[in-house]
Design a protein. Structure first.
Length: 202
C-alpha cells in the first residue's frame, strides 16, 4: 500500500511539472506582449495579437490537460475530447488533426486523447495526425511531418517496464499512456519510420 502511494505521489508531481512546463511558453508570450504594450505606451496591434493568440493557446491547452490527466476525462464523451484536441491544435496553428467520428467509451476516449498528445510531441515542425478508431476496438494514431520521431527515452517508457523512480517530466506522459492502455485491457505498440510515427492500441 505504501509503495502504491509513493508511486502515486511521484506521478502527481511529475505530471504537475509537465503541465507547468507546457504552459510556460504561451503564458510567457502573454507577458511579453504586455511588456511590448508598456514600452510602446499605447495599445500596439502586434502586441495585442500576440497576447490574444497566446492566451487562447494557453486556455485550450488547460482544457486538454484537464481531460487527459484529470478526473474529468473519466466521464466526458470521445467527441468532446476530439474537439478539445482539435481546438488546441487550431490555436497553435502547426498541426492538422483528423479523428474519425466513431463513438467510444470515456476510458478509451481518454486513451486516444493521450495518444494524440504524445503524437503531437513527435512533430517538432508540425504536420498531420490521423486517428482511426475501429469498431473492433483497435485504435491507431498516425502522425507525419518533417523529422517526426519520438525521443528514445519516451519510446522506451512506452515499450518497456520502467520503474517510476527512473521517470522525469519529459517521460512521465509515455509512462502514463502505457499504463492507461493496460488499465483498459489492451496493449500499446509504437512504430517509427522516416517522417512517420504510429501508436497502435489493440
Amino acid at each position: 500500500m505504501e509503495q502504491d502511494r509513493a508511486v502515486e505521489l511521484i506521478l502527481i508531481e511529475l505530471i504537475s511539472s509537465r503541465i507547468c512546463h507546457d504552459l510556460v511558453g504561451p503564458v510567457g508570450a502573454v507577458n511579453a506582449g504586455a511588456e511590448l504594450m508598456g514600452e510602446a505606451g499605447v495599445a500596439d496591434d502586434e502586441a495585442l495579437a500576440l497576447m490574444r493568440k497566446s492566451g487562447l493557446e494557453a486556455a485550450r491547452r488547460l482544457q486538454l490537460f484537464r481531460l487527459a490527466f484529470g478526473r474529468a476525462g473519466n466521464s466526458v464523451d470521445s467527441r468532446s475530447m476530439r474537439d478539445a484536441a482539435a481546438q488546441s491544435f487550431d490555436a497553435e496553428g502547426k498541426v492538422a488533426l483528423k479523428w474519425n467520428d466513431v463513438s467510444i467509451d470515456p476510458a478509451h476516449g481518454r486513451l486516444v486523447l493521450n495518444m494524440v498528445m504524445l503524437a503531437r510531441e513527435a512533430l517538432p515542425f508540425g504536420g498531420e495526425i490521423n486517428v482511426v478508431c475501429e469498431s473492433s476496438g483497435r485504435i491507431s494514431v498516425n502522425a507525419s511531418g518533417k523529422r517526426a520521431a519520438f525521443r528514445p527515452e519516451i519510446e522506451n517508457v512506452m515499450k518497456n517496464e520502467v520503474p517510476p523512480e527512473a521517470l522525469d517530466p519529459r517521460t512521465v506522459h509515455g509512462f502514463f499512456l502505457r499504463n492507461l492502455a493496460h488499465r483498459t485491457g489492451g496493449t500499446l505498440s509504437v512504430l517509427q519510420d522516416d517522417g512517420n510515427i504510429a501508436l497502435i492500441y489493440v
